[in-house]
Write a protein that binds this ligand. Structure first.
Ligand code: FAD
Length: 393
């Protein structure tokens, strides 16, 4: 959606295909990072954006057993907004779609599921999709796969994937919020358990992290045991655990961390999770996907507009975004190995890692994780112009 907006705004006719009928997916996290807010400012829409309901989080804390330790402080970032905004991602996507809608160069087609590529002499020249009213074929100078971690497009393109591995999956469910509940989104580490609660206004979006492949074992222990575990981790939610009526209410989200060796083929480019599926650790995957979109627009808008796109331009996008991706995934994999595996393995003494203790003790050190999470490596800026294209009424 971000790339669609930037390209359409720069005068490149763009079609965005989305397989669902709305943006109401709850599987993608809710974090809008300071760097993304900076991009909103560069697009001149920050003020309007911040009028949407959101929570501002200037500091991140980790709850280890009963201790709450601060580890990232966004208040010193060199950005206009010195906080992470928590906003349901469907509101964010709807906002971007509304910004793009006035451009006559922009078209959003909902309920259009891409099922295959149109390949002519080794070059991708479009996609096949299905819509409720029948098949759809879209031809284009460039197809961009932004279809997430289970990308059909990258699979159809036969691009090689390097698996980096993830030791966990997540059971994802909702509990209603009570008037006396805490306000803050929170994450809690306990012996053998990691539990995340995201404040979405009327309800908590909960993530119960489990060792990869252990869902059957958890189901066999029974729903009652699972509900008691939830109450132990969030005692204020006692009596609401019955809202998890059956296992259908606790959806399994599969975590994967992988990366394509080559992000492109003639006529095709992958960005976001389709190029590099991110772990939920640090809540940075959305930020990386957005940054990829901005870099792609900066490098591709002009050659696309002039009809001079070559595969070398696509190579430049990978070259620009590969380093931030590798470093971020490297850190995620390190935390997965050093912290997540240990905690989920049930280490009976849950001592905070040394680094976390140092962050808690020396506030100045908290600026480093804030920078990595809030801005990331090699932040992108909107360099595409807003060319005068016919605006719709
Ligand atoms: C449990 C969990 C929690 C997470 N929490 C966070 C967090 O708090 N913060 C954060 O930054 N990151 C988080 N992440 C990572 C984050 O979700 C991803 O990195 C990010 O969503 C990637 O964005 P994307 O646009 O590439 O893909 P997605 O957000 O997955 O979007 C892909 C889009 O493509 C559509 N689509 C898929 N297939 C097709 C098709 N065939 N045809 C047409 N449309 C299609 C989908 O409907 C979807 O709208 C989390 C990940 C997990 C697993």
């Amino acid at each position: 959606m971000m790339l669609g907006l930037l390209l359409a705004r720069a005068g490149v006719p763009t079609v965005v295909l989305e397989k669902h009928g709305d943006f109401l997916r709850d599987f993608r996290g809710d974090t809008i990072h300071p760097s993304t807010l900076e991009l909103m400012a560069e697009l001149g829409v920050l003020e309007t954006f911040l009028k949407l309901p959101h929570q501002e989080v200037p500091e991140l804390r980790a709850q280890i057993g009963d201790r709450s330790l601060p580890f990232a402080d966004f208040r010193h970032l060199p950005t206009r907004c010195k906080f992470i905004a928590l906003m349901p991602q469907w509101d964010f996507l709807r906002f971007l779609a509304a910004q793009a809608a006035p451009y006559s160069t922009f078209q959003l087609v909902m309920r259009a599921e891409v099922t295959g590529l149109i390949d002519e002499r080794g070059r991708v020249v479009g996609v096949h999709a299905t819509r409720p009213d029948g098949p759809l074929e879209v031809r284009a100078d460039l197809v961009v796969a932004a279809d997430g971690r289970a990308s059909v497009v990258r699979e159809k393109a036969g691009l090689r994937v390097q698996e980096l591995g993830a030791p966990m999956d997540v059971l994802w469910f909702r509990l209603s919020r009570g008037p006396d509940d805490p306000q803050q989104t929170m994450g809690r580490f306990d012996v053998g358990r990691i539990f995340i609660m995201i404040n979405r206004g009327e309800y908590w979006q909960c993530g119960y992290v489990i060792p990869k492949g252990s869902v059957e074992q958890i189901r066999q222990r029974g729903l009652e045991t699972f509900r008691s575990d939830v109450v132990r981790l969030a005692p204020f939610a006692a009596s609401r655990e019955r809202e998890i009526r059956d296992w259908e209410d606790a959806k399994l989200l599969t975590v994967r961390v992988d990366r394509l060796r080559r992000w492109y083929r003639p006529g095709l480019l992958c960005i976001g999770d389709a190029a590099h599926a991110m772990s939920p650790i640090g809540g940075v995957g959305i930020n990386l996907a957005i940054q990829d979109a901005v870099a792609a627009a900066n490098l591709l808008a002009e050659p696309l507009r002039l009809g001079r796109l070559t595969t070398d331009h696509l190579r430049l996008v990978q070259r620009r975004r590969e380093l931030p991706t590798r470093v971020t995934q490297g850190l995620q994999v390190l935390i997965q190995r050093r912290v997540i595996t240990r905690v989920l393995g049930g280490a009976d003494q849950l001592a905070p890692p040394l680094l976390l203790r140092l962050f808690a003790r020396f506030p100045v050190l908290r600026r480093l994780p804030a920078r990595l999470i809030g801005v990331g490596i090699r932040p992108e800026h909107v360099a595409t112009p807003a060319v005068a294209v016919g605006l719709r009424d």
